[in-house]
Ligand binder design. Structure first.
Ligand SMILES: NC(=O)c1ccc[n+]([C@@H]2O[C@H](COP(=O)([O-])OP(=O)(O)OC[C@H]3O[C@@H](n4cnc5c(N)ncnc54)[C@H](O)[C@@H]3O)[C@@H](O)[C@H]2O)c1
Length: 439
């Protein structure tokens, strides 16, 4: 007899399975296009009406998804965008890609997952595979999603429907490792859930890595991002220690990186940014707190990393002091506001704290970023200056916060009177120059 699992697997294999992606952001939109390119019909449900309208015009707002590819898929009827959750009633496969930020208190904010799951629960029916992609603490899929999807539906997981977790690992702006070729870890609530979810993702992605449970998949993502956060914390502290010792941290890192084994290069910077590294490990430490355990490495790295913007401001203050100038009233130009080079994402960017602190201390702050035309943050907003070199020339201090590759660093070095370089963007030319202060 053909089981529900058999029929769903057949639909997946012959591409007749209808896919719904909940949330068309940095994660959901690339995933939707990949499934559409693999031959599935994909509908993205996005509550932000502006995003839906932009997509319907065939325009992409995610750097990694070219508008040309998007409009081709939309015109071919393979990809659709809507704000109407009722499309879920016909779905065979659903992927949830909604935000998982922190609350003001630093605790996980699962509200987007809860709302998306409640919508999905209204339209649940037999023969659906559901995959949660949003980064979260271990246990979320089983403790939060599963009861919501079974409570009022009477459906049995692993038999009537299939539920799994698969962390997204995309590194926005990166071209060598994309959503398509970055191996995808998948863990189900039951073995059947893992099988169905893996089969679905195998149709569109290069490598799928099954693990034994949803919790293992959730924890694998947190290990990856915690590893990165702690190593960045270590190298940031190394920069502070080298400063005290009068040593050049950049030279030391390059020297250590010549070791062909047992060392991985991380570089210091003005602080953590982006939607993942500053936030995800705190989901883990929050979960462990509830189990009376303190995640000490996470707490320590977090303390060092969140202190970096203040450390950069102290560098600016000291550099101006050397010129007998107070920070108050000085013209400071911030170069680069995005959280990392060559992306248009400002979420959690250290530039926000640096600008805020400089303004608090009375500096006259401007910024330039080719990717971020405007910043609206807390109680202040600013527009990127239109002409960078004019401002570089006029500034009392230029602070390189994001080392976008579009900048002409030789010219910046030539024109500026004082530079604080937090990314070693000027390299050894900066080291040799007395008007440059490096991290
Ligand atoms: N951006 C990254 O580089 C990255 C990488 C790996 C993992 N992640 C994780 O993936 C998840 C999504 O991140 P993102 O960067 O795509 O966020 P995003 O904010 O770019 O996109 C999320 C989208 O979901 C929509 N949304 C909100 N509530 C919804 C609902 N109830 N139903 C449907 N859609 C809804 C939002 O309007 C938004 O467009 C997060 O958990 C994040 O931690 C992100």
């Amino acid at each position: 007899m053909n089981t529900i699992q058999d029929s769903l697997q057949e639909k997946i294999l012959d591409r007749s399975a209808k896919i719904v992606i909940l949330g068309l952001g940095y994660v959901g939109l690339p995933l939707a296009t990949i499934f559409a390119e693999a031959g599935f019909h994909v509908v993205g449900v996005e509550p932000d009406q502006k995003k839906v309208e932009t997509l319907r015009r065939g325009e992409s707002y995610v750097q990694d998804v070219p508008s040309e590819k998007l409009s081709r898929l939309i015109q071919a009827g393979k990809l659709k965008a809507t704000s109407d959750f009722s499309v879920l009633k016909d779905a065979d496969a659903v992927s949830i890609c909604v935000p998982t930020p922190l609350r003001k208190t630093g605790d996980p904010d699962l509200s987007y997952i809860l709302v998306a799951t409640d919508e999905l629960a209204k339209f649940m029916h037999p023969g659906v595979v559901v995959v949660l992609e949003s980064t979260t603490y271990p246990g979320t899929t089983r403790e939060i999603l599963l009861p919501k999807l079974t409570e009022n539906t009477g459906l049995q997981v692993g038999k009537d429907f299939f539920l799994a977790f698969s962390p997204e690992r995309v590194d926005p702006g990166r071209e060598d490792w994309t959503t398509y070729n970055t191996p995808k870890v998948i863990g189900g609530i039951t073995a059947a859930c893992s099988d169905v979810a893996a089969l679905w993702y195998q149709q569109a992605l290069e490598t799928v890595v099954p693990v034994s449970s949803a919790e293992s998949a959730e924890m694998a993502k947190l290990l990856e991002n915690t590893f990165r956060m702690i190593n960045i914390g270590l190298v940031n502290e190394m920069a502070i220690m080298c400063d005290r010792l009068g040593l050049d941290v950049w030279e030391i890192i390059d020297a250590a990186a010549t070791k062909p084994f047992g060392y991985m290069k991380f570089t210091p910077g003005p602080g953590l940014g982006g939607h993942c590294i500053p936030i995800d490990p705190l989901y883990l430490s929050w979960k462990l707190r509830a189990l009376n355990y303190t995640a000490r490495f996470i707490d320590l790295a977090s303390e060092i990393n969140t202190g970096m913007p203040r450390y950069v401001v102290s560098k600016v203050q000291d550099a101006l002091n050397e010129k007998a100038q107070p920070l108050k009233g000085s013209r400071v130009l911030i170069i680069g506001a995005a959280y990392k080079p060559d992306v248009d994402d400002i979420r959690e960017s250290p530039s926000l704290d640096i600008i805020g602190l400089l303004r608090q201390k009375g500096a006259e702050v401007d910024y330039h970023d080719p990717y971020i035309p405007e910043i609206i943050h807390d109680d202040w907003s600013m527009k990127s200056v239109p002409e960078i070199m004019e401002k570089v020339h006029a500034a009392d201090c230029v602070v390189i916060v994001t080392n976008h590759s579009a900048y002409d660093y030789d010219r910046i070095l030539e024109e500026a009177s004082l530079i604080v370089d937090t990314r070693n963007a000027l390299g050894y030319a900066g080291r040799e120059n007395s008007k440059v202060v490096r991290l």
